[in-house]
Ligand binder design. Structure first.
Ligand code: UDX
Length: 493
């Protein structure tokens, strides 16, 4: 009798995912985790700090959402990072340091214990996917011979500007001070000559010194080529020329975005009747009453105003914005997070908070919530514009829905995103570095009234490209997802 050769299927890959413990980083990486779960047989351990862990269970419904995927588990770091729910921009470098001090030894311990138990039946971590500012994960991965992919939740353009910081320093273009002429052209970010100015560079370049944020981004970004691959939440038709620049240093670059829309379409393909094909990764409770309000508004009449999860405004800035909004005569839905305004309790003479004033004066045309179901808001037919801080998630969510933007970037990558929106993609107006109520009023009228049709047309053209990129008929992001997935599987053998 001939010998039967029984093929034992390779065990499913087991990926350890480590996001930076902040809303938008967790948001994008959780989308990536879910997309990998939908796309194939995979085990994922998602490592988060305690505050994120609790927020995800409470508001993002993670337990029941991921119960469909048998290989997914949420792993909580043994120590809490920033028990307070929301971090501010000042905390970013500190957060990174404290996360590192907790996560680094934990990661080594976990990798080591699993490595010593490495058998065919057990499923050790076969790959790590870490946020691209965690070079400690690369060190640990190299030591244990586990392949590692980097994931950056920012635009390719922002990443490329970060990667170009050494050239900018070498040529004396940075750092500069906020008092210098901010319209001076920047020439040492390849592919952006001709439209990049000082004011469009990441905000930490303007402090006049090399701040801790600056140093952290500089040193961490320079480590990227050490990773086995780089995954970006963008798509080829949006940032092609910049992606070509990045590929000269990081050839294994996979663009699989816009992740939230890509995930939604893959879920719909697997289960067309599922009510869960729009995942919310919100760490805060969403006020859904604004959807009912939007239902009553005419098509494309409302300006949605939201500055993301960490931006803060001074009371004077908020009042200028409010006056500009009201004077424009345009209807608006405004997200006023409880911690949006700094120092609001300092004014002893005015016991009324700016939010109260706003509420009183804008009853006719405005609606305010503390936290909105943003993706749903942007998809609503009543929304005709988005006044945003140009965080990358918000930008992509607007791009996908064909909603033109007014950009008021606050920090980090937002300065560069807003330049691309206004000058390169031409799907909005860049309001950076001003809070003047007259300019606010003019820009809102320009976007929502005077050139409304032109902006909507251009935004729809780019939205079509976004939808094409995630389409199963040869969409670039759809096809690109196969490559890291194949590599993840290859890492198991
Ligand atoms: C931060 C940085 O600011 C951003 O520039 C960087 O690209 C990522 O990290 P954040 O400020 O929170 O993120 O902005 P953004 O990336 O736009 O993410 C905000 C997320 O919160 C979006 O997914 C948005 O849909 C969600 N959101 C915001 C809500 O769900 N409801 C809201 O009311 C406001």
């Amino acid at each position: 009798m001939g010998e039967h050769i029984v093929e034992v299927p390779a065990p499913a890959p087991h990926v350890l995912m480590i996001p930076v413990p902040a809303q938008s980083h967790v948001n994008s990486m959780l989308n990536l985790a879910e997309i990998l779960c939908v796309a194939g047989d995979i085990n994922i351990t998602f490592l988060v700090s305690k505050n994120i862990h609790d927020g995800l269970l409470l508001h993002a419904n993670v337990e029941s959402r991921f119960s469909n995927y048998r290989g997914f588990r949420l792993l909580c770091l043994p120590d809490g990072i920033y028990e307070g729910k929301i971090i501010t921009t000042d905390d970013v470098a500190k957060l990174n340091d404290s996360f590192k001090s907790v996560a680094e030894p934990f990661l080594r311990e976990v990798l080591l214990s699993l490595k010593s138990n490495w058998t065919k039946t057990k499923s050790p971590f076969t790959t790590i996917i870490a946020d691209g500012v965690m070079s400690f994960a690369i060190d640990a991965a190299e030591e244990m011979s586990v392949p590692i992919f980097y994931f950056r939740p920012v635009s390719a353009s922002a990443f490329w500007a970060y990667f170009s910081l050494p050239q900018l320093i070498e040529n004396g273009e940075i750092p500069f001070s906020g008092d210098d002429d901010m319209d001076v052209a920047i020439t040492n970010v390849k592919g952006m000559e001709g439209f990049l100015r000082r004011r469009d560079l990441p905000s930490f370049c303007r402090s006049g010194i090399r701040s801790p944020d600056f140093e952290m981004i500089l040193t961490e970004t320079a480590q990227t080529p050490r990773a086995n691959g780089l995954i970006l939440n963008t798509f080829e038709d949006l940032e092609g020329p910049i992606l070509s620049q990045i590929r000269t240093f990081c050839p294994n670059l996979y663009t699989i975005g816009p992740l939230h829309a890509h995930l939604k379409s893959r879920m719909a393909a697997v289960n067309p009747n599922s009510s869960m094909n729009s995942s919310s990764n919100s760490l805060q409770e969403e006020d859904r009453s604004c959807i009912e309000w939007l239902d009553k508004q005419p098509s494309r009449s409302v300006l949605y105003v939201s500055f993301g999860s960490v931006t803060v405004l001074k009371k004077e800035q908020l009042l200028e914005f409010w006056k500009g909004l009201v004077n424009s005569g345009v209807k608006f839905l405004w997200v006023i997070r409880p911690d949006l305004v700094t120092g609001k309790n300092c004014d002893e003479h005015n016991k009324k908070s700016p939010a109260d004033e706003l509420e009183t004066a804008t009853k006719e045309r405005g609606y305010m919530v503390g936290w909105a179901p943003q993706k749903e808001v942007l998809a609503h037919p009543a929304v005709g514009g988005f006044w945003t801080h140009s965080g990358w998630n918000s930008t992509l969510e607007s791009v996908v829905e064909g909603v033109p933007m007014i950009c008021w970037p606050y920090f980090g990558d937002q300065q560069i995103n807003s330049r691309f929106v206004g000058e390169v993609w031409k799907i909005g107006l860049d309001m950076k570095d001003t809070c003047d109520k007259v300019i606010v009023e003019q820009m809102i009228k320009d976007l929502m009234v005077d050139r409304k049709d032109d902006f909507l047309k251009k935004a729809e053209e780019i939205a079509k490209l976004a939808r094409k990129s995630i389409g199963s008929d040869d969409g670039s992001s759809f096809c690109n997802l196969d490559q890291p997935t194949r590599l993840l599987v290859a890492c198991t053998s």
